[in-house]
Ligand binder design. Structure first.
Ligand SMILES: [Fe+2]
Length: 274
């Protein structure tokens, strides 16, 4: 029997009614992959996975990706929980796609909450398939014709308070990737590749490039493409990283908010040759 579903907004997000045992059985895996591709975000309430269950469930959907040696990434600003990467998550309040520094960005991620923020801390997702579909034809043609350089520095520049040249050099050395502005998916669908990591348009005058990147961001951030998830303990959230962009809303950085993320390996190459 198919899962009971409810659309969360008219353009993005679907809720499914199910339980832990059904999810872990893998019986709905193919259907969930289909919902993910169609709706961008899939949520289920009152599941309550622990780490092992979250990993086992993720493995029914795809291939688990080791994130810096760990299958579980603790998404938190609390350095006691994640000494290596807590600082990195400060930058995730900007709309971004994960893995734009790679040739093949992750397919999807699974998130479960462990400590809730007392206020704020919602996660927002925007549907980049819908944002592409709604573009006027001349804008579609323009975006189809450009390529964008993505860098680590661009994605975290807004968090740097008076960075030294040394810091900037280290970030510049992190490398860059050239991605098309429009992802032509194997499925035949197309989506805008929008991320804070977008640094400049290849071969374009810097001022014109900055204005175009800002235009793309403004277009993609329109509320009609956005689903805002308000976290409750027990939630399970899955998002399609290839066809959406995401960010966290403001919250008290000292509150210990923590989510556990498992990420699935990408299955389609995005990067283009330099
Ligand atoms: Fe992210």
């Amino acid at each position: 029997m198919p899962l009971a579903t409810i659309e969360l907004t008219s353009r993005i997000g679907v809720g499914v009614r199910t339980d832990k045992a059904a999810l872990l059985s893998g019986a709905h895996a193919a259907e969930l992959r289909g919902l993910l591709e169609r709706y961008g975000v899939v949520i289920a309430r009152d599941i309550g996975f622990d780490d092992d269950e979250e990993m086992a469930f993720a493995a029914t959907l795809g291939t688990l990706r080791q994130e810096f040696g760990h299958p579980i990434m603790k998404v938190t600003l609390d350095k006691r929980e994640n000494p290596e990467f807590a600082d990195y998550f400060v930058a995730t309040n900007q709309w971004h796609m994960d893995g734009t520094h790679e040739d093949v960005p992750p397919l999807a991620s699974i998130l479960t909450p462990r400590v809730l923020a007392p206020w704020g801390g919602e996660t927002e997702f925007a549907n980049m398939y819908a944002a592409y579909e709604d573009l006027p034809d001349d804008q579609k043609a323009q975006l189809e014709s450009i390529r964008i350089v993505h860098t680590k520095l661009a994605s975290i520049a807004h968090t740097l308070d008076n960075p030294s040249e040394e810091d900037l050099d280290r970030l510049r050395n992190y490398g860059s990737k050239i991605h098309p502005a429009v992802w032509h998916h194997r499925s035949g669908r197309r989506s805008i590749v929008m991320s804070a990591s977008a640094d400049h348009v290849v071969g374009m005058d810097p001022a014109e490039s900055a204005a175009l990147i800002q235009w793309i961001k403004d277009w993609c951030e329109q509320r009609r493409y956005v689903y805002q998830h308000q976290w409750r303990m027990g939630d399970l959230l899955i998002w399609d990283n290839t066809g959406t962009t995401h960010r966290v809303c403001d919250y008290d950085h000292a509150c210990g908010r923590r989510l556990h993320r498992v990420t699935l390996l990408g299955e389609e190459r995005l990067a283009q040759a330099a």
